[in-house]
Structures are given as C-alpha cells and as structure tokens.
Design a protein around this ligand. Structure first.
Ligand code: WT7
Length: 633
C-alpha cells in the first residue's frame, strides 16, 4: 500500500523509485485509494511522445466536482471550503462551507444547463477574484462544460481572440471589480470584445460593483435572479478520464496564444497529490495562494488541488498594496494562515517597503511558505525566510508551467529542504533531464543545459486546442521522445535543480509569461512604426522588465508622446502587464544577412554588457550597433 502522504526522506525516496520503476502500478494505487470513481480504468497509461499521445486512466469514469465537493459533505460539510477575503478590509470576509459550495455550484450548474450549455461546450469565464469565479469553474466541471478562464486584466482584444480560438458559446463576467483603490469596468471591456465574437449566445453577469451598465437584451442576463430560482441539486455529469476539463491560454514565443488542454482524471490525481505533499496540508490548516484563478496556479492550487483534499482555501480579491503594504500580513494574522504561496515579484515589492509594515502582524500561524512563477533571487529568498517565515518555515520554490498542470520540481517539507534559488528535486513521478547544445543527454551532476522531461506524468496538457501540430512542434520536436520545457536549468553536485530561466523568446515579467512576438506585433500595428524588437532585462521588483527597440517609418516622429502611444497599443492588444519599461527609437535593428533580428546583441545592450558582443561583422548592418549602444537607455 502506497501512502498518499510523503512523511520523510525515506518515504520520498521509496515513492520516487516506485513511481519511476513502475509508474503504472504507482499511479494506479494513488488513484484507486484516494478518489471516487464511477468506473475504474482499463489502462493506466498509454503514451507516445512522437505523436504525441498521452492518456491516463483510460476507460475510467468520474466527475472531478464529486471529488472536490460531494465526498467531503458527510465528514466535513460544515468546514470552510473557500474563505473569501474582499478587496476592502472593512467588508466582512465570507466563509463558504463545503455544504454551501455544493449548493452554489449545483445552482450555477443548473443555470448553465438552462441556458443550453451541454457537455463539451466551451464557456469563457472573465471574472475578478470573487467567489463566482471559483463557483463557475466548478459548475462547468459539474456538467462537463470545458471552462476557459481568461485573466480579468487582459484587454478586449486578448479576450476576443481567446473566445474565438475555442469557439466559446457563453461568457461569464461581472459588472466590474475592485482592485485596490481602483474600480474596473469589466462589462464595457466585454462589450467591446464581443463585437468580434459571433459565437457567444449568452452572457451571465454577476453583480460586484453595482454599477449601472448596459445589458444587451436576449444576450445578457443578471446572474443572481437566475441562481435564486435554480434548484440547488444537480447530479454530476459522468465524464471519461480523458474528457477535457479546461482550456487555459498561455503565451508562446510566436503567434497567437496557445490554448492548453487539460483533461479530467490525470489532472485531478496529480494536482491533489502534489498539493497534499508540497504543502503538507493537514485538516485544520488554512491555506492561501495569492495567485489569480485566471492563471494555472489559481486553477491547480486555489481551486482543484485544495478542494480535492478537503482543504480551506483563501481567495483574495485585492492587491498586496491596499489599503497599505501590510495587507498580506494582516490577512495571514486574521485568518491564521498556515501555508502561504506567492510569487517572487510580490516578495520583492513587499520587501522594499521595509519591516515597518510586517512587524505589527502576528505571523506565528505560518508553517510553510511557497513561491512560484519565476526564479527567486537569493536576497528575496532570505527576506522571506527571515522576516515572514521567521526561519522556522520551509520554503517550497515550486517550478512548473501552465503546460505541466501541477508542480514538477520542488522541495518537500519533512522530506528534504530547499536552498535559496533551487527548486531542488523532482516530485514523485517526474523524470527530468538536461540536454546539451548538441542534443545529447547530460549525465552526471554539476551540469547545465536545457530542461526536458523524459516520461509522461498524469497532469500534462494533452494538446493545444485546435492545433495538435503546434503542440507537437512546440514541446516534442526539439528532442526526440522528450517533453521540452523551454527553460534552462543546472543540476548541482547533489543532483538538485536550479532553474536558470527561459531559453526561448518568452520573458517572465512579474511572474507573467509574455511572448516577445505578440508584443512586437502590437507595436508594429502603430501606423508610425516600421519594426520593433523586444528583449528582457533584469528588474529589481519585476524580475525581468521589457526593453523595446523601435524603428519608425519617419525618424522625425520620435518623442515621449509616441512612447506612451506605443504602450497604449500594447495595453489594448494584450493588457497593461505587457507594457514596456524602456523604449529606444533607433534608425535600424541589427540583422543577419537572412534578415533575422539579432536579439542576442540587443539583449546585451539592454543589460549594458557590451564589452563582448561577439562577431558582428557578418551582420547586414553592423553600423547600427554602434548607434544603438550610444543611445541606449
Ligand atoms: C514558466 C511557466 C505554473 C506557475 C506559474 C507560471 C517559470 C515557474 C518557476 C520557479 C523558476 C519558474 C519558468 C516556466 N517558472 N516557476 N519556481 N523557478 N522559474 O506558469 O505562466 O506557464 O510560466 O515560469 O520559466 O517555464 P507559466
């Protein structure tokens, strides 16, 4: 019998060995003992990375919401499932018990059914961090509709692209949202987006800011009256193990965003098992992840992973700086949070504010701290350890991706410790490897290369919605028979992994994954712009910030106002998160003779490391390099 909880180094070692030597037996035991199934599987795993095809627990039938909610009702129906903390600290928090959640998800599911949503239909969710967001996600899963959550900070253009890419029939949104001192008018963004989306038949609108917004008759419906008259009983739809559960878009280095498709059973088993062990969740714990449910971190570790374990999961509507920079710490004190999971960029921003906003709060409830989204620098790690964890809380630096569905490399408290800047060892069942420049696997320790995964794990994305070929090219074509992550990593003398950052044209800004190509496309839309190139450079708070080199059709037009306009174009196409910190107008961009922009040179200029630019004599236009260097910001 394999234990669901890893208890110490030996149990990690033993489980790791079992999971890699005999993966099917291992995952079958974890799956059988810890979840409810309507029918068992015929086959645990079927895979072929060359196609690529990955299928886990084929033949099994289940519903993930029955595992997240129904099965906890008897034993802990009155326990808080979701603890909602509003933006305004004066507004009371709301404790939604498992019983309440059951009723609210069922009622919502019945509303979806009444509006003609069926199993397999795509439903786009564009909501701020209010309970309706988690509830609508679960309501979709209840009836087998595929949810596609779009982060509510994305622009109208970004929203409509995502709605159309997956042919969503319904959109769930709100009249608006609160973020710190700001009120966001979501519905008008939605109305603009929907001018481009013919497929949307129904828009459900939750009330949050109680603003007077226009409603399109026959299309837009206030949510609450529909919920009020809906039954709070709804039988879960029986799903196949490999039925899609959700689509979540992530930026790629080229082209349109990729709709990563996650399926039901494998995602359930892996997110539950990683949540339990990485955060060592115990039944009285109060767990808080500060991410937005619009990102994978929120899907896996605010909603599904915690609820699958019957946990209490905090959902925070606001921002770390409102009403002041002590907000996170005051919430930890208020709810006696035991596990706290956030991004390095937030830690750096808060550390900058000094201990005056930390020390007033009692953080003694904390047991485990986590980080995710980008490499954490040593200084931030120590600040977190010293001043938040008071040197008694293990820090789990969790490396994973939208595509991986769950945590892949991370310390496991009680089994082995973290060390600053290291994500450490692979989670049970994960087989990482490093590849060198020549495409050879790097054996042994103390090596650095490109991070790949050798063997399937249950929660890996199965395809890109509508574009399996792109899935294959992006993840399975760099190396035969390996999943390529896009990250570089080193393995130290003890076999511990440190993620060194992206090796492709993706830049991580404040923990957000941004592709350079879509940003360049947005800039190039400006009628005065000829072409542009984006690179990242280190930034104290954001980790990386964006530096844009922009060539104008007419150089005489370069001025500060145009820089602001360029950022407005980016905001409109993608969202404010993709704005450039620095914009340099240049008469040309360094190019190879085949016309490819040499980003390597621009990257060096952006970090002011121009002592060794390499051989630039083969460039088409070596003379521009000098000028760009002279005018660099
Ligand atoms: C990329 C994935 C799933 C987490 C949220 C981001 C970077 C993520 C770490 C970490 C160093 C990290 C990688 C990865 N990343 N976590 N602990 N240390 N880098 O999901 O938007 O899909 O981005 O984030 O570069 O490939 P995402």
């Amino acid at each position: 019998m394999i234990s669901y909880q890893l208890k110490n180094r030996e149990s990690y070692n033993q489980n790791y060995i079992n999971s890699t030597e005999n993966p099917e037996v291992f995952w079958a035991e974890i799956a059988k003992d810890n979840f409810v199934w309507k029918r068992p599987w015929d086959r645990v795993l079927d895979w072929d990375f060359s196609k690529p095809k990955i299928s886990w627990f084929e033949g099994a039938k289940l519903n993930i919401t029955e595992n997240c909610i129904d099965r906890h009702l008897k034993t802990q129906g009155d326990k808080t499932a979701i603890l909602f903390e509003p933006n305004d600290p004066k507004e009371p928090s709301e404790a939604i018990t498992y019983k309440d959640l059951h009723k609210r998800v069922n009622a919502f599911a019945n509303v979806l059914l009444s509006k003609g949503i069926q199993k397999g239909d795509r439903v786009c969710i564009y909501l701020p961090m209010i309970p309706e967001l988690a509830i609508s996600v679960l309501a979709c899963a209840r009836i087998g509709a595929i949810h596609s959550v779009v982060f509510a900070g994305f622009s109208a253009t970004a929203l409509s692209t995502r709605i159309n890419d997956s042919d969503c029939k319904m959109l769930i949104t709100s009249d608006g949202g609160y973020r710190g001192a700001k009120t966001i008018d979501l519905k008008s963004i939605v109305d603009t987006a929907l001018l481009e989306c013919d497929g949307i038949e129904t828009v459900l609108v939750a009330k949050r800011i109680h603003s007077d917004i226009p409603m399109v008759s026959g299309r837009d419906f206030w949510l609450q009256p529909l919920l009020d008259t809906a039954s709070d009983q709804c039988e879960p739809t029986v799903m196949d193990a490999e039925d899609p559960l959700f689509i979540l878009y992530t930026s790629g280095s080229t082209g349109t965003p990729k709709g990563m498709v996650h399926t039901t059973a494998g995602y359930m088993v892996y997110t539950a098992y990683t949540f339990k062990n990485v955060f060592q969740y115990e039944s009285d714990d109060v767990y808080w992840c500060t991410a937005d449910i619009g990102w994978i971190t929120g899907h896996s570790y605010i909603v599904y992973g915690p609820l699958l374990n019957g946990a209490t999961t905090v959902m925070f509507e606001g921002v770390p700086s409102y009403p002041d920079y002590g907000r996170f710490w005051s919430i930890i004190e208020k709810h006696k949070v035991t596990q706290f999971y956030t991004a390095p960029t937030a830690i750096r921003a808060l550390a900058k504010e000094g201990l005056g906003v930390v020390d007033p709060y009692d953080l003694s409830s904390l047991k485990i701290l986590g980080t995710v989204g980008e490499p954490i620098n040593e200084e931030a790690w120590h600040w977190y350890n010293d001043h938040i964890g008071k040197r008694k809380c293990p820090i789990v630096d969790t490396w994973w991706q939208t595509e991986t569905g769950g945590i892949m490399i991370s310390p496991i408290p009680n089994s082995f410790e973290g060390k600053p800047t290291f994500a450490t060892l692979p989670f049970v069942g994960i087989q990482p490897t490093l590849m060198d420049e020549k495409g050879e696997e790097m054996d042994g320790n103390s090596v650095e290369g490109r991070l790949c995964i050798k063997f399937p794990w249950p929660s890996m994305a199965r395809t890109i919605w509508g574009n399996h070929q792109r899935y294959k090219e992006t993840y399975f074509s760099a190396y035969d028979n390996l999943y390529f992550t896009g990250d570089g990593a080193l393995r130290d003398e003890n076999g511990h992994y440190r993620i060194t950052g992206r090796v492709d044209d993706v830049i991580i800004v404040s923990g957000h994954n941004l592709g350079t190509a879509p940003i360049e496309d947005a800039i190039n839309e400006h009628p005065m712009v000829a072409e542009s190139a984006i690179v990242g450079y280190p930034h104290d708070i954001k980790g990386s910030a964006l530096y844009g080199f922009v060539t104008l059709k007419n150089e005489a037009n370069s001025n500060e106002a145009l820089k602001a306009e360029i950022n407005q174009y980016i905001s409109k196409q993608i969202g404010p998160i993709a704005k450039l910190d620095k914009i340099q107008f240049t008469s040309g961009l360094p190019k190879t003779r085949s016309g490819k922009i040499m980003r390597r040179i621009l990257r060096k200029i952006a970090i002011k490391d121009t002592s060794n630019l390499g051989d630039i004599s083969t460039l088409l236009n070596p003379e521009v390099v000098e000028t760009i260097m002279k005018n660099s910001l």
